[in-house]
Write a protein that binds this ligand. Structure first.
Ligand code: ZN
Length: 488
């Protein structure tokens, strides 16, 4: 394929040219949400980041299979090994079946993603729907000698694995250091070393979600589902695995270990990670009370926010930073994003009203090339946005009568603006609202025309009924010589 897309690979710690395994196909796996609560700003960032990658790969001509999982079992309160299952806990507190919790929050997550104009992935597999695949994966690791059974649970033997492979290569952690800094377990735990992690956990009697396995009635460890489902849908080796930087260790480090142990080689060729969002300079955390859900942003109902922010404002705000930079949320920053987006949309609308001249006096000729270069440079969306702002200036100059643009350049400008603002960055104007508004105006006109017909036919009963009921809805109707006028 004729392009030079470079992406930053967390594993090699440098930008690498993206060359997929089986052109024109490209495989993308992204860790999705654990569905036990409403999606917040921290969920929006990976979803939007990898939506941009998905859109850009398709724009380059790839046939992309995008897998984003739903974690509905095995994510314990303290990573893979300790504490109650997050979904089971919520189910216990609300006295419902765990799958009701998973279903409820999955639908709400998908709805929020739709509002953010995040395209649905090609496959959205649930961990609970892939228990046999996960059991098979554990068997392979056990057979290869990199896992041990202990009291019905199965643990990954990190120290042994490290004699053949390199545990810590993704996160840059040194295993000796990890071993030194971790507790000595002295046989008090099922695990031999605290660095070992669970592949399969025997379910305690009070644990609601459990399945039969060769080792015990239990449930899979959290890291396992992504190895099993990634392999199932994208193959033993696939192109890109993405997620938030907070997942690098232990989640993705453990995924690499599991795949290498089971398959004898790594699965993922490019690891990509988005950076985190802070709120007023602070990390997000339940205990800090600054977990603002997406719904709270959309409705403006949270003590830390001063107005409602549309989903497109949130999307634009996230895209104004490079995905590997941190983003700090503040009301000032979001209001600035809202205004910035309005400026671009206004320029787009003005662009449709501009008429062409015989020549061009504004500079737009290399706009397409510059946007393409920025996207190919590790998805540099803030640079694309700055190019669009430059183009908006040129549009305003022509719109105000201080510049000219030829028909050919006008067509090019329309095409580039449309491509980058809507298709690549995935922003939307309020066009859908105005479509609704149009339809509703037409419906009122239709009713009032029916009333005119009724009057002509001396059907006073129907004519009065239409007028009275519209008035009751708050419409003011005036009869005129030409027919009618109405307002609210
Ligand atoms: Zn994952």
């Amino acid at each position: 394929m004729e392009h030079s897309l470079y992406v930053y690979n967390t594993l090699s710690r440098k930008k690498e040219q993206f060359i997929p395994l089986n052109e024109p196909n490209a495989g993308l796996y992204v860790c999705g949400p654990t569905v036990y609560g409403d999606a917040h700003l921290g969920h929006a960032r990976p979803a939007i980041t990898f939506d941009i990658l998905f859109r850009w790969l398709k724009n380059l001509g790839y046939k992309v299979r995008y897998v984003r999982n739903i974690t509905d079992v095995g994510h314990l309160e303290h990573d893979a090994d300790d504490g109650e299952d997050k979904i089971a806990k919520k189910a216990r507190l609300e006295q419902v079946e765990p799958m009701e919790i998973a279903q409820y929050y999955t639908i709400r997550y998908q709805k929020s993603m739709e509002l953010l104009n995040v395209l649905p992935p090609s496959i959205e597999p649930h961990a609970s729907g892939h228990i046999p695949e996960q059991i098979d994966f554990v068997k392979k690791i056990v057979d290869a000698g990199f896992a041990y059974e202990s009291n019905g649970s199965v643990y990954f033997d990190v120290e042994k694995y490290n004699t053949k492979f390199n545990y810590g290569k993704l996160s840059g952690r040194n295993i000796e250091e990890i071993l030194e800094n971790t507790r000595n377990l002295d046989g008090q735990s099922e695990k031999r070393k605290s660095v070992d992690f669970a592949l399969w956990k025997k379910a305690a009697p009070e644990h609601i979600m459990h399945w039969n396995s060769p080792w015990s009635d239990g449930f899979p460890g959290w890291h396992l589902e992504c190895s099993a489902m990634g392999t199932k849908y994208l193959g033993e080796t696939f192109d890109i695995h993405g997620g938030g930087m907070d997942l690098v260790f232990p989640h993705h480090e453990c995924e690499i270990a599991q795949s290498s142990a089971a398959l004898g080689h790594e699965s993922v060729r490019y690891w990509m990670h988005n950076n985190m969002i802070t709120i007023n300079g602070q990390k997000m955390g339940k205990s800090l009370g600054n977990f603002i859900t997406l719904d709270e942003f959309f409705t403006g109902k949270h003590s830390l926010i001063c107005q409602r922010y549309s989903p497109m404002t949130i999307r634009f705000f996230i895209l104004q930073a490079h995905y590997r930079s941190t983003v700090d949320f503040s009301n000032e920053a979001l209001v600035a994003s809202q205004k910035g987006l309005e400026r671009l949309v206004e320029a787009y609308e003005r662009l449709q009203k501009i008429s062409a001249s015989d020549q061009t006096s504004v500079k737009i000729s290399d706009l397409r090339h510059r946007c393409e270069q920025a996207m190919n440079d590790d998805l540099n969306t803030p640079v694309v946005i700055s190019h669009l702002f430059d183009a908006a200036k040129a549009i305003n100059t022509v719109y105000d009568g201080n510049g000219k643009i030829s028909e050919k350049d006008l067509d090019e400008l329309k095409s580039v603006f449309q491509l980058y603002l809507f298709d690549v960055l995935g922003l939307k104007t309020e066009q859908e609202n105005s479509k609704t508004l149009d339809a509703y105006k037409k419906a009122i006109d239709l009713l009032l025309n029916m009333r005119l017909d009724a009057k002509r036919n001396k059907n006073w009963e129907l004519s009065d009924k239409i007028r009275d009921e519209l008035s009751a809805c708050g419409f003011i109707i005036k009869d005129t010589k030409e027919g009618f006028e109405w307002s609210i």
